[in-house]
Design a protein around this ligand. Structure first.
Ligand SMILES: *Cc1c(COP(=O)(O)O)cnc(C)c1O
Length: 313
């Protein structure tokens, strides 16, 4: 059982990869216990969570789900990439296995590609065995970079969280911003749960929807310091349109259901001076040049078709 609202690659894996290995997966209607438990079947083995989720920062109540999963002998696996181990410790909330894209915050400098799995010795041993067989081994340089980066993980993440909260609050006041998605805001529907299960901050990721009279792509182009980048978690602030990039592989209906429309922009907030970041955002949001017709996702569709053809071979 997968919760609703997932990283695009996870979504692709369960829709396009699992059936080849005889794994059945159900995506729940929501992220709450009622929708997850409605998916329970006699052959259910595992519940998969992601919180805060990508790209709209939805919050799942981890402890409530893991308590239910234990009653039904299900393993709980969580993607903890957005929260980082500094802000959220899922093993203490009952999860069995925690995954991180180390490419993001653990690396923190946008210069390597890695992943981490954390859990009890028996689970990790099984995963490590498969990892060796499948060949996903890190090279020595990336290992050294990752070890060096992790020494500053806590200072980076705490600063990023503080900057993100400030930007979220200011964006909320901006006349050209319709909606801000950040669990640190009291208006966020998951704020109370996030407060209980996260500590030290609410993370460096936030999304916002701009006024429909502006073109999100043009707003991005107007930014001078904040770079348009699809990855996230680095010390420098970056921005992307999930509609045009990470979630372009979803169908139009799926994107609409998730609330990922053309006016949504996702910020990965860095450690810079927050007033510099705000100046850049404010200028781009107010720019007259951003008053253009929206851009449709184009290229990714063809890439997905090619990917699907590859898989079917
Ligand atoms: C980027 C990301 C991944 C995938 O990580 P890679 O290191 O790029 O393979 C998984 N989950 C989340 C939430 C991510 O942001």
């Amino acid at each position: 059982i997968f919760q609703r609202s997932l990283y695009g690659g996870t979504w692709a894996l369960l829709h396009k990869g699992f059936s080849r290995w005889g794994i059945e997966a159900t995506v729940a209607q929501g992220v709450d216990l009622a929708s997850l438990s409605a998916c329970l079947r006699p052959n259910t083995r595992l519940v998969y969570l992601e919180t805060p989720s990508n790209p709209l920062l939805g919050i799942t109540n981890i402890q409530e789900i893991t308590a239910w999963a234990k009653q039904h002998n299900l393993l709980t696996v969580i993607d903890n990439t957005f929260a980082t181990p500094i802000l959220q410790k899922p093993l203490t909330l009952g999860c069995d296995v925690v995954m991180h894209s180390a490419t993001k915050y653990l690396s923190g400098h946008s210069d390597l590609c890695a992943g981490a799995v954390v859990g009890d010795a028996a689970s990790v041993a099984k995963i490590y065995e498969m990892c060796k067989i499948l060949g996903g081994s890190l090279n020595a340089v990336d290992v050294a970079l990752l070890e060096r980066s992790m020494k500053t993980l806590s200072v980076r993440v705490l600063q990023q969280s503080q900057n993100a909260l400030t930007l979220a609050q200011r964006l909320q006041q901006h006349p050209k911003v319709r909606d801000v998605f950040y669990p640190g805001l009291e208006t966020h529907p998951g704020h109370e749960i996030a407060k209980q299960q996260m500590q030290g901050g609410f993370g460096g990721m936030l999304s916002f929807a701009i006024d429909p009279d502006r073109d999100a792509l043009r707003v991005q182009q107007e930014l001078q310091w904040i770079a348009p980048v699809m990855s996230l978690g680095g010390v420098e602030t970056t921005i992307c349109s999930p509609y045009l990039t990470s979630h372009a592989g979803l169908s139009a209906e799926e994107r609409a259901e998730e609330g990922i429309h053309e006016h949504v922009l996702r910020l990965s907030v860095g450690i810079e001076d927050v007033d510099d970041l705000w100046k850049d955002l404010e200028r781009a949001l107010s720019s007259e040049d951003a008053l253009k017709s929206p851009t449709e996702p184009a290229d990714m569709g063809d890439q997905w078709k090619a990917f699907e053809q590859d898989l079917s071979k």
